[in-house]
Design a binder for this molecule. Structure first.
Ligand SMILES: Nc1ncnc2c1ncn2[C@@H]1O[C@H](COP(=O)(O)OP(=O)(O)O)[C@@H](O)[C@H]1O
Ligand SMILES: Nc1ccn([C@@H]2O[C@H](COP(=O)(O)O)[C@@H](O)[C@H]2O)c(=O)n1
Length: 258
């Protein structure tokens, strides 16, 4: 296959030229209930690390969301989803095999293609797959990120965003009306019949796997500061992670006589 740009596409993954022995990215899982502030915590971490202004391919830290891995709906499930009757909070709604493959590929130094999700249509955005390159640190956030054992075992660090249920529901109502095109009846029906029971059955029990629990989510500046400090230490040029990556990158650029 012809080589173009930074990598070649091979069966969903993109092999980055010369990166076969690239040092493993540090993978951080960010779990927690719906609207607990997982995305906000991740974006605060990115901001404090000064990563937002950096070009996509040069970023040392990237965020991936579990929402990208919802299965496409069948024609019978689509109308149920529109009425708030499809269970998006059950583990069977997400393609855990694709998550496992994606995170494993990133860990091996391969770039990956990730679908973008549209909460209004309950489907993957057509032709909107983004390429994620293996960064030094990868944040993977979602309600079920610690539910699947194989996926859970890939994380080097596990954070659980622990926000009071009333706060989460009130935020979810506002967000789902303003950003996800839902009406109040649908939101409340979905929440009481599906979201809350699934949270209690599949998400809350995974809190025990967390290394760090973040009460109050993004309001907890102390916890976020400590996590940012830890990531900054990992990103320092003389840290184990970055020393290996720098050595690898310079090795792969230099052509040596045999
Ligand atoms: N600490 C906070 N204070 C006020 N609003 C918040 C806070 N954290 C999150 N939100 C808002 O709550 C909603 C859900 O937050 P989000 O980070 O998307 O949660 P999650 O990723 O866990 O679903 C968003 O509209 C967000 O702007
Ligand atoms: N089409 C969809 C897909 C998912 N949901 C809900 O999203 C929640 C997870 O996203 P968070 O950002 O809140 O973590 C989950 O509770 C699903 O119920 C949806 O409503 N529609």
């Amino acid at each position: 296959m012809a080589s173009s740009g930074k990598g070649d596409q091979t069966q969903g993954a993109v092999r980055v030229n010369g990166f076969n022995d690239v040092p493993k990215p540090f993978l951080i899982g960010v779990g927690g209930g719906t609207a607990s502030g997982k995305s906000t915590v991740c974006s605060k971490i990115m901001t404090e690390l000064g990563q937002n202004e950096i070009d996509q391919k040069q970023k040392q830290v990237v965020i991936i969301s579990q929402e990208s891995f919802y299965y496409p709906l069948s024609s019978t499930d689509e109308p149920r989803a529109s009425r708030g009757q499809y269970n998006f909070d059950h583990p069977s709604a997400v393609d855990d095999e694709l998550i496992l493959r994606t995170l494993s590929d990133l860990k091996c130094g391969k770039a990956v293609k990730i679908p973008e999700y549209d909460f209004v249509t309950h489907s993957r955005k057509p032709d909107a797959w983004r390429t994620v390159y293996p960064a030094d640190v990868i944040l993977f956030e979602g309600i079920l990120v610690f539910y699947f054992k194989d996926i859970r075992e890939l994380f080097d660090m596990k954070l659980f965003v622990d926000t009071d249920a009333d706060t989460r529901l009130s935020r979810r109502v506002v967000r789902d009306i303003e950003e996800r095109g839902r009406d109040l009846d649908q939101i409340l029906h979905q929440y009481t019949s599906l979201v809350k029971p699934a949270f209690e059955e599949f998400c809350l029990p995974t809190k025990k796997y967390a290394d760090v629990i973040i009460p109050r989510g993004a309001d907890n500046t102390v916890a976020i500061g400590l996590i940012v400090q830890h990531i900054e230490d990992l990103l320092k040029p003389n840290s184990n992670l970055c020393a290996k990556r720098l050595r690898h990158n310079s090795d792969s650029l230099v052509s040596r006589p045999h």
